[in-house]
Design a protein around this ligand. Structure first.
Ligand SMILES: [Zn+2]
Ligand SMILES: [Zn+2]
Length: 212
């Protein structure tokens, strides 16, 4: 992930948690980088936001749970010194948390009625929350998340995943395999550097079902 992606992600998670310091109010529901919906609960010691998910689980600002993060931290300790982190090369998550403080503590004030709901339409959910662009086909696209390969993933009104230029995963694949300028059915689709629209497929995430 490039620095600009990292800082954008950081900005996104910071914006999503408007309260710095202790407050009993929860933040608005937002889409986290894991594809899970969360509401910000508080900001813990290491200046990391803690979120509650649709099943009441606590998550880091990237939408990952204690168990996953602990596993990655354990894997990282087994790597030779200076080796890239296992999670950075497996492309399963953008999470770089090496601190799980705040994910243990029970939050008795958070009731099931406070848990965010899974949106029936991700496109509608993202309205006025994220960046909007218009793809080459004229479709309005709403930013969903930065995927583990560092590509900005958007969704269109039909709930399909697109890159910011409006290309589908199929078109990106066709561009990648092609030699020479676009011909035939690939013509008219802008050639861009977006190489993957793969999003984390979490059971309790918005991309768990087939949103292509
Ligand atoms: Zn994280
Ligand atoms: Zn693109």
């Amino acid at each position: 992930m490039s620095d600009s992606h990292a800082s954008k992600l950081d900005n996104a998670t910071r914006l999503a948690c408007p309260m710095e310091g202790a407050t009993p109010e929860l933040g608005p529901p937002v889409l986290l980088a894991s594809g899970r919906i969360g509401r910000c609960v508080d900001v813990h010691a290491a200046d990391r936001s803690v979120y509650v998910g649709i099943k009441g689980q606590l998550m880091c600002a990237h939408g990952e749970k204690l168990k996953s993060i602990s596993g990655w931290i354990r894997d990282d300790t087994r790597l030779p010194e200076g080796a890239p982190r296992a999670r950075a090369t497996s492309f399963t998550s953008v999470c770089d948390c090496d601190d799980v403080r705040g994910l243990y503590a029970k939050r008795p004030h958070i009731k099931p009625t406070d848990w965010p709901k899974q949106p029936s339409s991700l496109y509608d959910f993202l309205e006025n929350k994220t960046e909007e662009v218009v793809g080459h086909d004229g479709y309005r696209l709403r930013f969903a998340l930065v995927n583990p390969r560092g590509v900005d993933v958007f969704v269109n009104i039909n709930e399909k995943k697109r890159c910011r230029h409006g290309n589908s995963a199929t078109i990106l694949e066709r561009h990648r395999k092609r030699v020479g300028p676009p011909r035939g059915r690939s013509k008219g689709y802008p050639v861009c550097g977006c190489h993957s629209l793969a999003t984390p497929q979490r059971q309790d995430g918005v991309f768990s079902y087939n949103r292509k």
